[in-house]
Design a protein. Structure first.
Length: 205
């Protein structure tokens, strides 16, 4: 049986990726996560782009586990802040901040910015790495929105910026999308579908 490792410690992200990998599961690919393999450490994310960091993680966990691996990196880019926080999304405050600290910090940085200038993007990069044949495939996507004046009523733990991100296409907080809306809009799921189409032949024999 073929195996595929999802390389993330983020439970919310893991659940989203599992949703997008159902086709592989139905075709006999066993989907594993880091907890299944008792892997607790992380590589240094030294990349200057989401793509570089996704590849660093995929190669690190792929070589460690000897299992084909999918990893991702992504974050928020705010136009008026010249693309911040970007690759520093997790450590924008130069420390391991809580979700609430990051939400409050974002609102503070944009406190004097009018709504029409609060344009932002959620961006993701996914990397597949097979340590056996060293195949590497990258896919990515992004979604346009604006940063709200206050957070949503139902923020998702592990995704702090989604609690502030209003999707332009439907004028709704990302955190408040229905399951159907999420499947249709999610930039990560769209990128994952494209990636799955490219890796099927590598995993399904």
């Amino acid at each position: 049986m073929s195996q595929l490792l999802i390389a993330t410690h983020n439970k919310a992200k893991l659940n989203e990726l599992l949703m997008g990998l159902k086709e592989l599961s139905k075709n006999g690919v066993r989907i594993l996560n880091l907890n299944d393999l008792h892997i607790t450490h992380d590589p240094d994310e030294t990349g200057k782009t989401f793509e570089e960091n996704a590849q660093i993680k995929a190669e690190f966990y792929g070589k460690l586990s000897r299992i084909p691996t999918i990893a991702d990196d992504g974050g928020l880019l705010i136009n008026v802040l010249n693309g911040e926080p970007g690759v520093k999304s997790k450590r924008w405050m130069e420390k391991d901040a809580t979700d609430n600290e990051l939400i409050n910090y974002t609102l503070k940085r944009l406190s004097n910015i009018p709504s029409q200038k609060r344009i932002a993007y959620l961006q993701t990069s996914l990397c597949y790495y097979n340590p056996i044949n060293r195949k590497t495939i990258l896919e990515g996507g992004k979604i346009r929105g604006v940063i709200a004046q206050k957070q949503s009523n139902k923020p998702t733990h592990g995704y702090p910026f989604r609690a502030l991100f209003v999707v332009s296409k439907i004028n709704k907080y990302y955190d408040e999308l229905t399951e159907e809306e999420h499947r249709l809009i999610s930039h990560r799921l769209k990128a994952l579908r494209r990636l799955v189409n490219k890796i099927k032949s590598d995993l399904i024999k």
